[in-house]
Design a protein around this ligand. Structure first.
Ligand SMILES: Nc1ncnc2c1ncn2[C@@H]1O[C@H](COP(=O)(O)OP(=O)(O)OP(=O)(O)O)[C@@H](O)[C@H]1O
Ligand code: SF4
Ligand SMILES: [Mg+2]
Length: 332
């Protein structure tokens, strides 16, 4: 697959020091306390770039996507989209940018209304923004199905008449219908069989080429993320552990956590990178002090408990949050 480069045209999206917490009820007590699920997350996405976001379940990936799209409200921090600040933005600004920012969901079964035909689903998206009205509607609907590799003859079918992969194609057509500049794809292939996953990944890669749309591609599977992404951000317990070009992060991980994710992949390519990931991710209610990964890190030193490691550029374009300089590819 052709790889584009990254931030060379400037950032379309810039997230800085994003923090997000949710209220949690206290057992047997009145009131609630807050659980911080994103801590100082910063990332950027270039025009036409695909940025992968990877991490175990509960690491905060969907929360980042939802906060960027304003489906969840940030506590503090900044989300700038094409120069517009979205955190605390007024309703008018958000409405104006809504067309530009779309989402593809994980579950193609749940995300489509079973009562609505493909025509109705896609028309609804177009109507929301007053696009392709009147005589321009039918050609646009047919064009959208062609774009995602489905026959325009399927326009009057309902979701139950499609396979899982076909439904996800409809979900993608719905996201693309309004010609967005940015799409969050949240576990967009995770619910699909492996062979279908590859088809949908190829379709998304193809559509990126054709439309120039930028994507935040979220998955718990680093090999899937690497396939589709230009750069990758690795998240653990709401903090960024590593970021850099997708192939470099995958084939020579800089952070022990990334190395552990690579080791967990069922592949023979990574014999040299063996970092066993034991135990569960700790609760965001009581994260470890210092480096949040230290309770599972085989290379932890006593100093790792003292302070949160800063994200630092350890080689050009590659960043990691680890105090140790002597670890690469999961080895000291
Ligand atoms: N609306 C909510 N209210 C309370 N807690 C929430 C809410 N949404 C998410 N959380 C919590 O925030 C943390 C991060 O969740 P999030 O869904 O962002 O993780 P994720 O990385 O997307 O996980 P997965 O891979 O399972 O989708 C989890 O501990 C989750 O339980
Ligand atoms: S800072 Fe310490 S605990 Fe954290 S990843 Fe690096 S070596 Fe492991
Ligand atoms: Mg999620």
């Amino acid at each position: 697959m052709k790889k584009h480069l990254t931030l060379e045209n400037g950032p379309l999206l810039e997230v800085k020091n994003l923090c997000k917490s949710y209220p949690v009820a206290r057992k047997g007590l009145f009131g609630s306390r807050r659980m911080t699920v994103l801590r100082d997350v910063s990332l950027s996405l270039g025009f036409g770039e695909v940025l992968g976001l990877v991490g175990e379940s509960g690491s905060g990936k969907s929360t980042i996507g939802r906060t960027i799209l304003n489906l969840a409200k940030a506590d503090t921090g900044s989300v700038r989209f094409d120069g517009n600040e979205l955190v605390g933005a007024d309703a008018g600004t958000l409405r104006r940018l809504r067309k530009d920012m779309q989402i593809i969901f994980q579950d193609p079964y749940a995300s489509l209304d079973p009562r609505k035909s493909v025509r109705a689903t896609l028309s609804e998206a177009l109507d929301t923004h007053g696009l392709h009205t009147g005589a321009a509607r039918e050609p646009r609907l047919r064009e959208l199905l062609n774009l995602v590799g489905l026959s325009p003859d399927f326009l009057d079918r309902k979701p139950h008449q499609f396979s899982g992969g076909q439904r996800q194609r409809i979900g993608i057509a719905r996201a693309l219908a309004v010609e967005p500049r940015f799409i969050v794809a949240d576990e967009a292939v995770s619910a699909l069989d492996v062979s279908i996953q590859a088809q949908i990944l190829n379709l998304i890669a193809d559509l990126r080429e054709k439309t120039g749309v930028s994507l935040l591609f979220i998955s718990h599977d680093l090999s899937v993320v690497r396939f589709i992404s230009d750069r990758v951000v690795v998240l653990y317990l709401g903090r960024v552990m590593e970021s850099g070009p997708a192939d470099a992060v995958h084939f020579s991980p800089g952070h022990p956590y990334t190395a552990a994710l690579v080791s967990a992949e069922p592949s023979l390519h990574h014999q040299k990178t063996r970092v066993a990931l034991s135990g569960e991710i700790p609760s965001p209610l009581s994260p470890p002090s210092g480096c949040v990964f230290r309770t599972r890190c085989p290379f932890a030193l006593p100093g790792c408990a003292d302070k949160v490691p800063e994200l630092r550029e350890f080689s050009p374009g590659r960043w990691k949050a680890c105090i140790r300089d002597d670890i690469s590819e999961g080895r000291p």
